[in-house]
Design a protein around this ligand. Structure first.
Ligand code: URA
Ligand code: ZN
Length: 384
């Protein structure tokens, strides 16, 4: 029987009830507070949180709301991850315990979700990306223990990670055993931003969340992924599977400039086995870019990577075949963030991303099906 064409959302978040309780118990950011006059809960997660934070409600923690959202948008399967800032603000022992508990909670959230309605599949509606206690002073043993835990939980297919590592960023050599264990376990790392860039870069005009989310987030991902590349992580762990949020931020657009800067720096050039553009072909990128031109361009930079494999004899035609790049791009929504501001049937943030996938020049119908769901099924080893 032919596999069904599935819509799979790989970028969708939850604040699990246990985590939301921790945020409610806090008096410094990150926290959830109740507005005394409206009784509305608000989420404050950024240091310079604009506009008194964001209103939050059941969309952020209630599984039924996630399923309703999926039904409304025709999403068959979601791979749910904890939302930022994860465990970054906790002391090591609390982060360790909470990571373990939240991974168990997420496994239960997924394992008790409904089966996809079909009598020929065991596929559930929900899978997850677990959490590591990546905080300063955590021991390598504790991190490896949690990698093991995640790989033993059948509905967790990888883990979500911010950009801080254990305090020194993701190019910290102390993380090598963790990359090794993740690679060995075949888990996918979903790299997601939280901190943006220095808030002084946003100026004084009240632009709400626009600059931190539109620019700060993707620049943070750009820098973190670039530092990983520069540290040689992909040379040491060639089978590591890294999925970048928001289509890799500015990395695709800056990758030739990056390669040129490396070429002019003998220290870095001698550290790396390949041209910087080669490493883009090792990445997976979500398709949360909101425009067909951006998706097409990003897929070009992935396809082009093959040209930078040493000894490659790939033809010009193939180098420019963006359909090759489409195979590493995966649909996402960023739910429950970016809700519609007024009542609409469907969320614009979702519809725009679906329309963008549909309109990419040079992607075949098969490529588009891949981006909508087939690529996620393959990457996460979900069988239909
Ligand atoms: N805002 C956030 O804080 N996180 C997201 O993932 C998206 C928007
Ligand atoms: Zn997100």
């Amino acid at each position: 029987m032919a596999a069904r064409k599935l819509l799979v959302d790989i970028h969708t978040h939850v604040y699990l009830p246990r985590y939301a309780s921790v945020l409610r118990s806090r008096s410094s950011v990150p926290l959830i507070r109740t507005d005394a006059s409206t009784q509305e809960e608000r989420l404050l997660i950024l240091d310079h949180e604009p506009s008194g934070g964001r209103p939050v409600g059941p969309q952020y923690w209630d599984r039924e709301e996630k399923l309703k959202f999926m039904d409304k948008h025709g999403i068959h399967v979601s791979v749910v991850s904890s939302a930022n800032p994860w465990l970054d603000f906790l002391p090591a022992s609390q982060a360790h315990t909470l990571a373990s508990e939240l991974n168990t909670d997420l496994e239960e959230y997924c394992s008790t979700s409904p089966l996809l309605a079909s009598n020929d599949t065991q596929l559930k509606r929900l899978y997850g990306f677990g959490l590591l206690p990546l905080v300063p002073s955590i021991s390598t043993t504790a991190l490896l223990e949690i990698v093991n835990q995640i790989s033993s939980l059948p509905h967790l297919k990888g883990l979500i990670m911010g950009t801080k590592g254990i305090g020194k960023g993701l190019d910290d050599p102390a993380l090598d055993p963790v990359w090794g264990a993740i690679e060995k376990a075949g888990l996918v790392v979903f790299l997601h931003p939280h901190y943006g860039v220095d808030a002084s870069a946003y100026g004084e005009l009240d632009n709400g969340h626009v600059l931190p989310l539109a620019l700060g987030f993707p620049f943070e991902t750009t820098i973190a992924a670039t530092r990983l590349i520069l540290s040689g992580v992909f040379d040491r762990f060639p089978n590591l599977r890294l999925l970048l949020a928001h289509s890799g931020g500015a990395l695709p657009a800056l990758s030739s400039r990056l390669a040129s800067c490396i070429d002019h720096d003998p220290v870095v050039a001698s550290r790396l086995k390949h041209d910087a553009r080669f490493y883009l072909g090792k990445l997976y990128l979500d398709a949360v870019a909101y425009g067909p031109e951006e998706l097409g361009f990003v897929s070009d930079t992935i396809a082009r990577a093959a040209r930078y494999e040493k000894g490659s004899s790939i033809s010009i035609q193939e180098q420019l075949d963006r359909s090759i790049g489409s195979k590493r791009m995966l649909f996402g929504t960023d739910h429950p963030f970016f809700p519609p501001l007024s009542a609409t049937e469907k969320w614009r943030s979702v519809v725009e991303n679906l329309e963008a996938i549909d309109a990419v020049q040079g992607w075949s119908d098969v490529n588009k099906e891949g981006v909508r769901g087939g690529n996620a099924m393959e990457l996460l080893n979900l069988s239909n």
